[in-house]
Design a protein around this ligand. Structure first.
Ligand SMILES: [Zn+2]
Length: 376
């Protein structure tokens, strides 16, 4: 066994821990650009609460609230302008995965010249970024626990991650109480995304013992919390479990990377702007069905953690969860068309080459087209 492991993220976890934000972020400077979305953090009062907690410690803040789901390069540049106009010292992302990823990109481009996609594709490299602080309000992407930031280039439809330790949050404040305001449909989608992160990290060719521990614990925690929260039975203990599973999922993919479900989802949502969790719901089963034979012991382990017996009932376990979450859906009902398949398959090799290479079965272009057709 040999591996390297470096994940320099400072996690603050626990119900009510948001109240410590003012005291915790002073080391990053006096002025925070708060990156958030249009609606929910304002409606729930969280944005005002965070601003107040910062002000109580003598910190100034300004809000950039133009980030939409599947954040784009132009939105990042707008945020960079806000950062520079305000002369902020650090970036504070308050929201779901799109918000956190946008906050990371804004912090990065605030320190770097040229085009963001040049860095995404590795044509340019930099280790410079403003400090990032993250406050997740959905338990899904796990962006608070890794150095990934997914961004979409609207000119090409390419949806791909900026990656590196420079955008790992200097502090992530994970307060399960903040997740409880999520609409039920969003909970289903982000919760399934958590499971995908954990399963894919565990199945990845780049998995190491540390990522396996995170991923398997995450799978168990999803099983113990997601459906009961979705059906209204769960309470604070389940919110805590799902929130921790989300962060563990983010950390596990930060180490081990992703495999084919995510590799195939990004082209679909890059092209048709469907939500990430719904795209994964359509693609995960067709990918698993074609991957089990290459890693039966790993699929058996996943199946057992989900309540099954062996690799043969892994698909059933995932299908039952999807049905329970009202996510037994295809890509077709979300706007993806059969004529999109060729573009998506080719784009998957462009934007997600690592995810395809990490999958237990290394799918060919034709096999990926076949998976997309099955998922329609
Ligand atoms: Zn994901």
């Amino acid at each position: 066994m040999s591996f390297s492991f470096n994940l320099p993220v400072n996690l603050l976890f626990g119900a009510g821990c948001i109240n410590e934000i003012g005291k915790r972020v002073g080391t990053f400077g006096k002025k925070a650009l708060i990156v958030t979305g249009w609606g929910s953090t304002k409606k729930t009062g969280l944005l005002d609460r965070v601003s107040g907690l910062l002000a109580a410690e003598g910190l100034e803040s300004q809000v950039y609230d133009q980030v939409k789901p599947n954040p784009t390069v132009p939105q990042v540049y707008e945020g960079v302008k806000a950062l520079k106009d305000f002369e902020a010292d650090f970036v504070l992302g308050v929201g779901g995965g799109s918000i956190m990823d946008a906050a990371k990109c804004i912090a990065f481009m605030g320190k770097n010249d040229g085009g963001l996609m040049d860095y995404v594709y590795g044509r340019k490299v930099s280790s410079e970024a403003f400090p990032v602080v993250l406050v997740p309000t959905t338990c899904g992407t796990g962006s608070e626990g890794n150095g990934f930031a997914v961004v979409t280039d609207p000119e090409t439809g390419d949806k791909k991650s900026l990656r590196g330790t420079m955008i790992v949050a200097k502090l992530s404040i994970i307060d399960p109480e903040l997740m409880t305001t999520m609409p039920r449909g969003v909970l289903a989608e982000v919760g399934f995304d958590v499971l995908c992160h954990c399963m894919e990290a565990f199945l990845s060719a780049a998995a190491i013992p540390v990522s396996d521990m995170y991923a398997l614990t995450g799978i168990e925690l999803v099983r113990e919390s997601l459906l009961s929260l979705y059906t209204g039975k769960g309470g604070p203990a389940e919110w805590e479990k799902l929130s921790w599973a989300s962060t563990l999922g983010g950390m596990s993919i930060g180490i081990a990377g992703l495999t084919a479900p995510h590799a195939l989802e990004h082209p679909a949502s890059g092209l048709r702007n469907l939500t990430h969790g719904r795209g994964l719901a359509a693609l995960t089963v067709p990918v698993i069905e074609r991957s089990i034979a290459a890693a039966p012991a790993r699929f058996a382990e996943i199946s057992r953690r989900l309540g099954g017996w062996n690799e043969k009932d892994c698909v059933v376990q995932v299908q039952e969860l999807l049905a329970g979450l009202d996510l037994d859906i295809g890509l077709g009902s979300q706007g993806v068309k059969a004529e999109d398949v060729d573009w998506m398959a080719e784009n998957a090799f462009k934007v997600s080459a690592a995810g395809i290479a990490n999958n237990p079965v290394k799918f060919s272009l034709e096999e990926i087209k076949s998976i997309y057709h099955s998922a329609l």
